[in-house]
Design a binder for this molecule. Structure first.
Ligand SMILES: [Fe+2]
Length: 101
């Protein structure tokens, strides 16, 4: 496993831990939610700036996958930033975002 791939795996593992922690906590923990958003926003931008361009043009299935992932990233970033901006945790929406991740 290369350095970039390992870094992405570690980021995914850490994000899954935070997603579980947020899901299992009754009270809204804004520090954890903001930490998750900040980490994932940077992670998404790195994937979109480095990983996805390297995959583009491989084949149509890969292009479609990259497009789908970019759409999911945008939905994820938008929904999380709205919750944080409005300071209103939407648990059902969060659970959908968790599945998307
Ligand atoms: Fe990712």
């Amino acid at each position: 496993m290369g350095g970039l791939e390992l870094s992405r795996k570690v980021e995914h593992d850490e994000a899954r831990k935070l997603l579980d922690e947020i899901e299992q906590t009754e009270q809204t923990d804004w520090d954890t939610i903001k930490g998750l958003f900040t980490a994932m926003y940077g992670h998404h931008k790195a994937e979109e700036g480095i990983v996805f361009p390297a995959l583009k043009g491989f084949d149509q299935e890969t292009n479609d996958l990259v497009e789908r992932l970019i759409t999911e990233h945008n939905a994820w970033n938008s929904a999380m930033s709205t919750m944080i901006g409005e300071h209103k945790f939407d648990r059902p929406k969060f659970l959908v975002l968790k599945v998307l991740f």
